[in-house]
Design a protein around this ligand. Structure first.
Ligand code: P6P
Length: 330
């Protein structure tokens, strides 16, 4: 039974390329610790008086849930205390949040504190998504410092608050998973190398948007729906949790393709999901597990960001399916 602390300690002492710094150990332990407190608040639900709307809006113009704001503030406070973070950016904050006096610290951290928060009040799995970038450390921390391609990430993680609370993590040398032992207050390693099968029979997309999709997605999904009677010659199954963390965790666990494509509802909007703290960390994890992740034209991790909260289309998961639908876009 390896605890997260033991795993990180071993990784910091490994001689190979998988070695991580002691500062990264400090950061990940702080993320794990605050996620345990978020998990406790999530699982208390109505009994903790934390459900419902905060009656405020975030930069996306979305109504914030009380737990969104609580989780956001908990993470900002916890990571500032690590003294290894120069600044943070969050879905819930208009601009980045520099850590005063720490502009020379090694990490920039971006996060979606509680993704899928529309599910909070109906007791469906939600999660925290985290992306770690190097701090350029060339002066004060501004939004510009965060605008690095996904390939620059030093680490990516999510915590899914579901029947179990699980932490899934990569430093670029494979994907490991830990399950929270609530009694012991410890994350225990439960996977030493998550791998996404190259093929799948399961797809995840919000079918209510079907009439708005562009032709390549129309074609791809109609082939899946045709099943045995169509060109694919096999039946497919559909899942849609309306929680990216829950859907991506299923893909990492048993394969699948997850899609949130750009559509005709707003041709100026490249998609719904955010690049910096949703698509990039999830794409890093998916690629590290042997999957693929594209927007419509390119590998998501290669996108050069221009805005902190920019959105992108997402097609990620089992690489043979992602490559097939990406090919339809060419
Ligand atoms: P829709 C949650 O709001 C989220 O950002 C992702 O977690 C999820 O995959 C998607 O939006 C759900 O979107 O349009 O189906 O509600």
């Amino acid at each position: 039974m390896t605890t997260l602390a033991q795993y990180l300690q071993n990784a910091s002492q490994s001689k190979g390329s998988g070695c991580i710094s002691t500062q990264m150990v400090t950061l990940v332990l702080a993320i794990a610790d605050v996620s345990q407190r978020i998990s406790a608040a999530v699982h208390k639900g109505a009994l903790g008086g934390v459900l419902g709307s905060a009656d405020t809006e975030n930069v996306q113009g979305e109504t914030q849930k009380k737990l969104d704001v609580i989780a956001n503030d908990m993470i900002l406070e916890a990571l500032a205390k690590t003294e290894v973070v120069a600044g943070m950016a969050s879905e819930e904050l208009d601009d980045c949040s520099p850590v005063a006096g720490h502009e020379d610290k090694p990490f920039l951290v971006l996060f979606d504190p509680l993704d899928g928060s529309s599910n909070i009040d109906v007791n469906v799995s939600i999660g925290t998504i985290v992306s770690v970038l190097p701090n350029p450390a060339n002066g004060p921390v501004t939004n510009q410092a965060f605008l690095q391609a996904g390939t620059a990430q030093l680490a990516a993680a999510y915590v899914v608050y579901g029947p179990q609370t699980q932490l899934v993590l990569t430093f670029g040398h494979g994907v490991v998973a830990f399950t929270l032992d609530r009694d012991a207050g410890q994350y225990i390693q439960t996977s030493n190398g998550m791998e996404i099968p190259a093929d799948t029979k399961e797809f995840a997309i919000n079918m209510s948007n079907q009439r708005h999709w562009y032709p390549p997605v129309q074609r791809y999904i109609s082939e899946l729906l045709a099943g045995k009677t169509g060109s694919r010659g096999q039946d497919f199954n559909m899942r849609w949790s309306a929680s990216m963390v829950a859907d991506v965790h299923r893909v990492l666990t048993r394969g699948g393709i997850f899609m949130y494509p750009k559509d005709l509802r707003d041709p100026n909007k490249p998609g719904k999901l955010r690049l910096m703290y949703e698509a990039n960390p999830m794409s890093f994890l998916v690629e590290q597990a042997g999957g693929a992740s594209f927007d419509a034209a390119q590998r998501i991790l290669d996108i050069q960001p221009t805005e902190l909260h920019q959105r992108c289309a997402v097609m990620l998961g089992s690489k043979n399916e992602v490559n097939l639908v990406a090919g339809y876009h060419q």
